[in-house]
Design a binder for this molecule. Sequence first.
Ligand code: HEC
Length: 188
Amino acid sequence: MFKGLILGILLAVLLIAGGVYYYFSSGMAPVATSSAPMPFEKKLAKMGQNSYLNKLPHPEPQVPADDPNMLSGAKVYKENCAVCHGLPGAPKTAVAQGMYPAPPQLFHGVGVTDDDAWESYWKVENGIRMTGMPGFKGQLTEPQIWQVSVLVKNADKISAAVRTELAAGATTPMSMAMPDSTPAPAKK
Ligand code: HEC
């Protein structure tokens, strides 16, 4: 009786493991961005993210949501985020349309105005695995990440000046935005 139970459990575990292996090895798992999601994919990803974030400290924003910080945030946003997360009043970019999961358009609808700023700070600093959302740790400074986080937190109440800054297009030429590999010419 007891032996039969153990054998049954073992068999069930083997069957599940084999089924999961077969799902991936036979090419049934979704690969293209346009494929339907895997069973439970969204549910499991959200559950993992929420439980992880809940365990973290929830710091207050380290910069006030005033115009100077929001303007600096807008510069960061144009150069690093707009290609995926869009600009106010602008249509979705080709990049945004081709991604799975879709990057939320942060200046349309609620965006992340209903999330605390620390939560967006964490996502910008660390990225979100297997979504295309990059982590910017080491690429943006901590104040820059706070500035862009308070910007997206307050995306529904930006001033005219911030709106103008966002609409003005990226100001940094590509050559300057890229990390410099050649040393600057020596000054005499
Ligand atoms: C290459 C595209 C890409 C770039 C560039 C990018 N993101 Fe994202 N981002 C994503 C995707 C895709 C998601 C959705 C992840 C998911 O579904 O969990 C996301 C999610 C987020 C979220 C969480 C949204 C939510 O509803 O929880 C925030 C906040 C965010 N990004 C902010 C930024 C900021 C700020 C920048 C620039 C510093 C940036 N992202 C740059 C693709 C990008």
